[in-house]
Write a protein that binds this ligand. Structure first.
Ligand code: NAI
Length: 399
């Protein structure tokens, strides 16, 4: 029976979904733990669920030989040593798309507020100034909405923008199927020069660092606005601050920053502070009650499928095997080093035991191999011992 330990106040619907799937041995630990305390709390755990504050590094993973799967109830997985987890035969699951809609809605709201110059009007009203001037305030209808990075979020934002009457264009480094009437553009420069709203939805990392430079900002219309809810280093914030102060851009909404405070206790420092035409938000693009609920359900479902059938679809560090419900009497999950001869040895062990394989799936990823084998007979401990002795075996479990 699987012992599941959930840390950091994971949404209750995770526990509910696990129970619905028959996994009721669930223990909850409020808050995050570390070091020996964490290892002690997970001593019997076959599955652990964490959010972003629990660090599962190589030392912790090395001290938990019984652990079979990790669920990160969040988007990022930096808090887990993914390589070490893979080396121990432990798949890691997360919820990369649970907050797509939340980000998309915020971006549309920001676009409409910026086009109407609401941030300035709001700031002035707070200072007692009654500015009813309509100059520079526009409807969203018929304006051109430019999306840089037409992936999950970008495409969803495009659909919402069309639903309020905007025209949509996008630029992506990959060829992407346009949704609705969205128009793909060949260069980012074209998009910047034409759009009334420019919104960024590219991944982070070296390839997208500072793709919005002073030169590219200079291509934008002075009436246009820029939105970044992607990653903090995608925009050169110094250049953006200068462009806004010089009136070369009408406004901006920024949710992500090159340096973000680690907690509420740290001061948020940015060259954009104090500008009335900038909406600043503390990296909350995806932070909604609905996203938390979705995350709870999405990760719990992945864990339940792994426990019930060995499914590893969408694991971040592991060969992916699609969901196939267990129908034969026994299913063997064999995790091994990706090297020649492993499957031959594995199948010889089944044959020597007089067992016929009714289905087998194999996937490899980097140094790891993963085979799921179904046989319509019960499997005894002697055969399990032999399967675990197959050269290259990392872990072998029976369902
Ligand atoms: P995705 O991977 O589905 O889409 C990214 C798209 O950008 C892909 O279509 C890719 O081909 C394209 N791309 C990559 N490099 C590009 C470049 N140089 N120029 C143009 N296109 C490029 O990612 P998803 O899920 O849509 O997320 C987008 C961003 O939103 C990510 O950076 C993610 O970290 C961020 N995010 C922010 C949140 C927040 O709270 N503010 C919450 C969730 C995601």
């Amino acid at each position: 029976m699987s012992q599941i330990v959930l840390l950091e106040k994971i949404h209750p619907n995770a526990r509910q979904l696990l129970a619905e799937q028959g996994f009721t041995d669930v223990r909850e630990v409020p808050g995050a733990l570390s070091g020996p305390e964490l290892i002690a709390a997970l001593a019997d755990a076959t599955v652990v669920g964490i959010r972003s504050r629990t660090q599962l590094d190589a030392a912790v993973l090395g001290a938990l030989p019984q652990l079979r799967a990790i669920g990160c109830f969040c988007i990022g997985t930096n808090q887990v040593d993914l390589k070490a987890a893979a080396a121990h035969g432990v798949p890691v699951f997360n919820a990369p798309y649970s907050n797509t809609r939340s980000v998309a809605e915020l971006v549309i709201a920001q676009a409409m507020l910026l086009l109407r110059r609401i941030p300035e009007k709001n700031a002035k009203a707070h200072r007692g100034v009654w500015d009813k001037n309509a100059q520079g305030a526009y409807e969203a209808r018929n304006k051109l909405f430019g999306i840089i990075g037409y992936g999950n979020i970008g495409a969803q934002v495009g659909i919402l923008a069309e639903s309020v009457g905007m025209r949509v264009c996008y630029f992506d480094v990959e060829s992407k199927l346009p949704l609705g009437n969205a128009k793909p553009l060949v260069t980012m420069e074209e998009l910047l020069a034409q759009s009334d709203v420019v919104t960024l939805h590219v991944p982070g990392g070296a390839a997208t660092e500072n793709i919005i430079t002073a030169e590219r900002l200079a291509l934008m219309k002075p009436s246009a606005v820029l939105i970044n809810a992607a990653r903090g280093r995608v925009v050169d914030i110094g250049a953006l601050s200068t462009a806004l102060r010089q009136g070369k851009l009408a406004g901006a909404a920024i949710d992500v920053f090159p340096i973000e405070p680690n907690s509420e206790k740290e001061e948020f420092v940015s060259a954009l502070r104090g500008l009335d035409n900038v909406i600043l938000t503390p990296h909350i693009g995806g932070s909604t009650e609905e996203a938390q609920e979705n995350i709870g359900r999405e990760v719990a479902e992945k864990l339940a499928r792994f426990l019930a059938a060995g499914t590893t679809r969408s694991a971040v560090n592991f060969p992916e095997i699609a969901h196939l419900p267990k129908e034969a009497r026994s299913r063997v999950l064999h995790i091994h080093r990706n090297e020649p001869g492993v499957i031959a040895h594995l199948n010889a062990a089944f044959a020597d035991a007089g067992l016929n394989i009714v289905a087998q799936q194999l996937q490899t990823r980097g140094e790891l191999g993963y085979a799921i084998t179904d046989v319509d007979a019960s499997i005894d401990e002697a055969l399990m011992t032999r399967l675990r002795q197959v050269p290259g075996t990392i872990r072998c479990n029976l369902l």
